[in-house]
Write a protein that binds this ligand. Sequence first.
Ligand code: HEM
Length: 248
Amino acid sequence: MDVRLNSNLEWQTVANSTLTKKRSTAYGSTVALKSAMAASGAILVLYLIAHMYGNLKVFSGQAAFDGYAHSLREIGYPLLPESGFLWIFRIVLLASILIHIYAAVTLWARARRARPADQRYQVKKRVVRSYSSYTMRWGGVLIALFVIFHILHLTVNVIAPGGRSDSPYERLVNGFQPEFWYVTLFYVLAVIALGFHLRHGVWSGLATLGVNQARRQPVLNSIATGIALIVTVGFLIPPVAVTFGLVS
Ligand code: HEM
């Protein structure tokens, strides 16, 4: 009897420790995924701020805008070949996008597995949760589709509703003419989706970095809302200005 009890206890201890190990490994990799998501997100946010600022040069005229686009290709030259830095930068950007999407999909699948169909959440919590995960997930898909369209439109210029051009300024001005209002509308919707994505993303990224103690919550909210607003409005101005004839 004593022997059986002992072996049962031993078995339970081994089973418990395996479970604890499994849980802590899962927890560890969840933390790693969230950190990867925050780090790649931070690179993308910095890129967006720089890109948004660069786009505003459209108000300084064609020479300034094209000169700026050209100077990006000259960074590091002659140490690096022409456009060398730009390509390194593009690889970092693409890697960040892929890491960001991979971490998002893995975390989402894990959360789904941990939460079976017969939900145990209170209704209120579930509503809040599904609102943010819904906007993040579908907003993310829309942004990804937008980026593919956008590169084909303004970088590669194979989609060129207003005519093709070697000048980035002309590509921009041609692409948002009033008769292509639907292109502008698509940009507006995608940039608004980006704004919502950024607000929640910056907020949870800062939370992952451990900045979300209760007393810092209002600051955290203001930073997330501020960045989202600046990026959204900054990106919206050039296409809307072209469509309304303020830049030509
Ligand atoms: C809504 C206003 C926007 C305008 C007017 C705009 C304008 C441009 C232009 C003119 C280029 C080509 C630059 C060149 O060839 O030198 C470009 C490239 C690009 N844009 Fe945008 N952009 C906008 C929004 C966005 C947004 C919201 C994103 C990301 C979510 C984005 C991501 C990119 C990327 C990844 C490239 C390719 C950069 C490269 O050459 O490697 N853009 N954009």
